[in-house]
Design a protein around this ligand. Structure first.
Ligand code: GLP
Length: 240
């Protein structure tokens, strides 16, 4: 309940109340939120205060607005630990989520200067260029472009790429994947990405670039992933 005598701001109390209702499944993904007027009458608080609480929850992605229809509860985000070099398949399977990939492009191309420098190859050496939409229980979560040195992975097939590329590498190369460098940037979905991810063009996305090496130090992958920001968040435990 809202406690008006508490020093905790009322909008914040309402935010917490709504979050609790989401945790208890009293409010579920897709549910319409009561109107500002209903909240204000129910708790005897101003509509301005209700608006602030709801706007904050929209801003952090827990609620979303639909023009002319109202405010709705968003799907829960998948929270991924930043530490730990895992594959998309492992991330999903670890949560008991069924996953596969739609391969939209699978070809060998000559490495350009950037790809060659990241994979420590010579420009024009062949790389696999694989573009995949990564699915979780039928929902597109990420659009990923992966470059792999072709001469190390001669037998790689499109079929294998619908599953886990990391699994393929670990099973077929003498050294397993050992380390990676990863950057995360904010971005917005372009026309094509929005199409594949089934989100409006211009929606916020997380752009993740990873360069991975085998345990023996051989560069093996350059991957650019576009993750839906409405479905994904990253967490890291820190201490001092
Ligand atoms: C994540 C990483 C990619 C990596 C992929 C491998 O999505 N961001 O860099 O290529 O996992 O996933 P999988 O083994 O499921 O194909």
């Amino acid at each position: 309940m809202i406690d008006k005598s508490s020093p905790v701001p009322i909008y914040y109390q309402l935010e917490e109340l709504i979050k609790k209702q989401m945790e208890n499944n009293e409010l579920q993904p897709g549910d319409a939120l009561p109107s500002e007027r209903e909240y204000s009458e129910l708790h005897g608080i101003s509509r301005m205060t209700v608006r602030q609480a709801i706007s904050n929850l929209v801003q952090n992605g827990m609620l979303y607005r639909q023009q002319g229809k109202g405010t709705f509860v968003a799907e829960r985000k998948i929270e991924k630990q930043l530490l730990g070099l895992t594959s998309f398949t492992e991330d999903m399977q670890g949560r008991g989520v069924r996953t596969w990939s739609e391969v939209v492009d699978f070809q060998k191309v000559p490495a350009n200067l950037y790809i060659a420098s990241q994979l420590e190859m010579i420009v024009h050496d062949e790389v696999f260029e694989i573009k995949r939409v990564r699915m979780a229980e039928g929902t597109p979560m990420a659009y990923e472009t992966t470059y792999l040195p072709a001469k190390l992975l001669q037998g790689l097939t499109e079929e294998a790429a619908t599953q886990s590329i990391y699994l393929y590498i670990d099973e077929h190369l003498s050294s397993p994947i050992g380390s990676a460098r990863q950057t995360i940037e904010a971005s917005t979905a372009n026309d094509m990405e929005a199409d594949y991810l089934q989100i409006p063009e211009g929606s916020p996305v997380l752009l993740i670039e990873r360069t991975s090496k085998l345990k023996d130090g051989t560069p093996i992958e350059l991957a650019k992933s576009v993750y839906r920001a409405d479905r994904y968040k990253f967490s890291v435990d820190i201490s001092r």
